[in-house]
Design a protein around this ligand. Structure first.
Ligand code: SF4
Length: 916
């Protein structure tokens, strides 16, 4: 938690120069202050910006006048009037001796490490004129540990600087690495001195990035990285956090990824961002267009190799066939017989052009993407209540909050780097409330963990609101000035006293009181939520309750407060912003508004439909009914991502024509008539918008394989072949068109993104610096609308036949339908198979063993997979990740929809589990 105390300063003398610094500054930082000519660089090995000072290497020793011994400048605080010498003979001699001692402990410099970056000890020795150590080399613990999938450990190269220990603890808040042994036997250890690969290490790689000597080095995943690799600045292609990265490229191959400094990640990465890149080089990449062979039915199961259903074709033939078929359907059956799915993995430019194609050329608003499957209900609630679906504050604002409520989010698995900010804030004093039926890993740190029964979210939040009103913790002034509808809410939540809520939710009344008081009395409370909130038939009500909490307590529009639905995919925010939604154009401008429609008709030069389009699940339903006859799918894999897979399969097979554009022959592409090979993330330039509304530039690092083409180029050609002019020279040209119809990004240019790294929209003018906090004075809807909600049970509740609740979601190492991550060697190596998580007591009751197979069935299908016992699961519930085709969780899920957001109920359906 930040405090706003006045900063006191002091003055000291360093090497004859008077330096004035804030109290509490270390000598090391004071010496560096002023920079350039005036700053002094003090050598160090164990110290690194961002890590807490440890003073273990002592190389940064300085002489303090009047002191008997030299001081470690990274730890020693400055004092007024102090006189410091950073480069006296005594200091230099001491440093040389220390370096000789360290060199003796480092007898085996790592060749791999030398290829990628210099050994900091060797560089320092050279700088101090130490050619070699006069002391006999002694390998501290001459052991290699190669058990991790991503990192080699060589204890003999370790100088015990503890940088890895602090990187693990300070940057990632994981605390896996420590020291084991004493004296000469001391070495770094993982957990209770386990092999790294068997420990709780999450393979984020922060330790290897911090290691100065090559004791921890990254294993090559594609090829050894050498000093000739070039760095290309980009962003991570996985989650909505949008971490800044650099690809290291050699011979058109990625040989490594490192984190870059940015407000989003401060250089940190998770296992996917750092080690999930080699999918781009996988042998399964599509390199030429494919056309379904004559007479081959759309039943991939009938073939040993799904590729056998297709023959290779030229781009000309494939595009002519696809454009011709889509045009024929449009002309014969009308525009509403066509639909398109874009992709939250693709850039803003790709998706803008895609929705333009569907609207201006297909002639329909039947265009959607996976936002429907993640936060459609959150957006529905936010649009209704405050008139904007955007997050109000960046996730880094958690550092300024007194209380952070994290609801329905397994943040450490789904938004790992955002979780490091939460953990850091908690360490600094922010009170953490984690509310989720599963005891997700962040709950281990929480001040309050609330494990409510699945599907009882509304009851729990109404219970909190009951206590807040009862105890007078609401913000009367904020309610009066900026909201409407509070009286109806007061009446509704009056019927949710804690003892009643305990009966519904299973949460003790006392805990409800504590949590409500913590949130309600906080000066600044911030709320994060994930798909545990949104993926319900009551998803919009769940999100409404969270908005109600913020409005009633005035926790919005200020630093350290606000509403932040953590966006899933890397560009789900951007894809939605550029109109990949059936009811709105760019900037959430309604397709039903005559003025908006006229504006886009003028911009695009064609008449447009004012009829809202169908959503993801509705489109599949209509395809099954024969009313949607043709589709173009760019980069989505509804076969695995949509609920009720058996129904999706039938829908995909039922269409007259399906074109799929992707980088692999996905499960969905196997049903296509034409398959168009596209570029992977590192093979194209484009903009991506993260969960904070920050627009960032992903830069092309690789040439695409074979004849694969950039997504927007394929979409543009489809438009041209269907008779509509879509001529663009670059992604930047498209972005400039987006700016003309999208006021919130009108001030963002490629040039600015290049210079500034990223800009948060709204940014209406080129001299506008972007907007970090929204709704400071007002809401787009005027007053914030408080909406009272009654608790309702889930669509399909458990019964005697299907007695368990199924919850689905993601794992840390995999992403969405696994198309990329299951082809990333390290990620699939760490998590090669699906597991169903269950409470050990439930397993025992049915005779299931940890690691043994079970069958999980619902009214829609059955899968077989291994069971994993964990008391993080509530009794009576099971959790299955949805990344795995061989145990597809969505064979089981129900396609019942939230009536407002049209999001399916991925988080609740009834299943039976039987041990084999
Ligand atoms: Fe990529 Fe998200 Fe991991 Fe950052 S936290 S490295 S954006 S997957």
């Amino acid at each position: 938690m930040a405090t706003a105390e006045a900063v006191k300063t002091l003055t000291l003398n360093i090497d004859g120069r008077d330096v004035t610094v804030p109290e509490g500054t270390t000598i090391y930082d004071a010496a560096r202050s002023g920079g350039g000519e005036s700053g002094r660089e003090i050598p160090t090995l164990c110290h690194q910006p961002g890590l807490s000072p440890a003073g273990v290497c002592r190389v940064c020793a300085v002489e303090v006048e009047g002191a008997r011994v030299l001081a470690a400048s990274c730890c020693r605080e400055t004092e007024a009037g102090m006189t410091v010498r950073t480069n006296s003979d005594r200091v230099k001699n001491a440093r040389r001796m220390l370096v000789e001692l360290l060199m003796a402990d480092h007898p085996a410099p790592c060749e791999r490490h030398r290829k990628t970056r210099d050994c900091e000890l060797e560089v320092l020795a050279e700088r101090l004129g130490v050619a070699e150590s006069r002391l006999a080399p002694r390998a501290r613990a001459n052991g290699r540990d190669v058990s991790s999938k991503v990192i080699d450990v060589d204890h003999s190269a370790c100088i015990l600087c503890d940088r890895c220990i602090r990187a693990c603890a300070d940057l990632q808040s994981n605390d896996v690495i420590g020291r084991s042994g004493k004296g000469f036997l001391a070495k770094i250890g993982f957990d209770l001195d386990l092999p790294m690969g068997a420990s709780t290490c999450v393979a984020c790689g922060e330790c290897a990035a911090a290691c100065p000597t090559g004791a921890l080095t990254e294993k090559p995943l594609v090829a050894e990285r050498t000093e000739t690799a070039r760095a290309v600045d980009s962003v991570c292609p996985y989650c909505g956090v949008g971490c800044s990265i650099a690809y290291h490229v050699e011979d058109n191959r990625i040989v490594g990824v490192t984190g870059r400094e940015s407000p989003v990640n401060h250089g940190r990465l998770c296992v996917k961002g750092r080690y999930g890149y080699d999918y781009a080089h996988h042998k399964d990449r599509l390199t030429v267009p494919l056309i379904r062979k004559e007479g081959i039915p759309k039943d991939p199961g009938a073939l040993d190799d799904p590729m056998d259903a297709f023959r290779e074709a030229s781009w000309d033939e494939a595009m002519e066939k696809a454009a011709g078929a889509l045009k024929d359907i449009r002309d014969a059956h009308g525009s509403s017989a066509l639909a398109g799915f874009g992709s939250a993995k693709c850039s803003n430019e790709d998706n803008y052009l895609f929705q333009k194609l569907v609207r201006a050329v297909f002639g329909t608003n039947n265009v959607d993407h996976c936002t429907r499957l993640c936060h459609a209900s959150s957006v529905a609630a936010l649009m209704e209540q405050i008139g904007s679906g955007a997050v109000s504050n960046a996730f880094a604002d958690v550092a300024l909050a007194d209380v952070a409520l994290v609801a329905g989010s397994n943040t450490e698995a789904n938004h790992p780097v955002a979780a490091t900010f939460m953990k850091e804030a908690h360490e600094a004093g922010t009170k953490l409330i984690v509310a989720d039926p599963r005891k997700v890993s962040l709950a281990r740190l929480a001040d309050h963990y609330v494990g409510f029964k699945p599907g009882t979210d509304v009851a729990f939040f109404n219970g909190m609101l009951h206590v807040i009103f009862r105890d007078g913790l609401e913000d009367e002034a904020f309610i009066a000035r900026r909201t409407e509808g509070v009286e109806a809410l007061r009446r509704t939540v009056a019927a949710y006293p804690p003892d009643r809520v305990e009966k519904i939710t299973g949460v003790k009344a006392g805990l409800i009181e504590e949590v409500a008081r913590a949130y309600g009395s906080a000066e600044r409370a911030i709320t994060f939520w994930g798909m545990g909130i949104s993926q319900h038939t009551t998803g919009t009500d769940n999100a409404r309750c969270l908005v109600n909490l913020a409005l009633v307590t005035g926790n919005i529009g200020r630093p350290g407060t606000g509403l932040h639905p953590l966006r899933g995919q890397n560009n789900v925010q951007g894809a939605s912003d550029v109109g990949l939604i059936p009811i709105v154009y760019t900037d959430y401008q309604s397709v039903q508004s005559p003025e908006v429609k006229a504006k886009f008709e003028k911009a695009w030069g064609v008449p447009l439909s004012g009829q809202p389009g169908l959503t993801v699940v509705e489109i599949m339903h209509e395809a099954l009914e024969g009313r949607i006859k043709g589709m173009y799918i760019m980069g989505e894999n509804p076969f695995l991502s949509d609920p009720n897979t058996n129904k999706v399969k039938k829908a995909l097979a039922a269409m007259e024509f399906l074109a799929v554009q992707d980088i692999f022959l996905t499960q969905t592409a196997r049903y296509a008539d034409v398959v168009l090979p596209a570029t992977a993330f590192p093979e194209k330039t484009g903009t991506y918008t993260n969960t904070d509304r920050r627009v960032q530039l992903g830069r092309k690092a690789l040439a695409p394989p074979g004849e694969a083409r950039t997504d927007w180029e394929i979409v543009a050609e489809m438009g041209i072949r269907m008779g509509y002019p879509m001529k663009y020279g670059s992604a930047e040209d498209i972005f400039n068109e987006i700016r003309t119809v999208t006021p919130t990004v009108a001030g963002i240019t490629y040039g600015r993104l290049d210079r500034e790294g990223g800009i948060n929209w709204p940014c209406p003018e080129e001299d506008h610096s972007g907007t970090s906090i929204l709704f400071e004075e007002t809401f787009p809807s005027g007053r914030g609308k408080i909406v009272a909600c009654e608790w309702k049970p889930a669509f399909e509740v458990e019964d005697e036949e299907y007695p368990f609740v199924l919850n689905t979601g993601r794992m840390l190492e995999h992403w969405h339908t696994g198309v990329m991550t299951r082809r990333a060697k390290a990620l699939d190596g760490i998590r090669p198979e699906a597991l169903v998580e269950m409470h050990p007591d439930d397993m025992e009751a049915m005779g299931a063993k940890h690691g043994g197979f079970v069958r999980v069935s619902s009214r829609r299908g059955e899968i077989r997979l291994k069971a994993a016992g964990t008391d993080h699961m509530p009794r009576g519930s099971v959790f299955i990740p949805f990344h795995f085709e061989e145990a597809a969780a969505n064979l089981l899920t129900v396609d019942a929809l939230d009536p407002h957001g049209k999001i399916p109920e991925f988080k609740y359906c009834a299943v039976r589990v039987e041990a084999e």
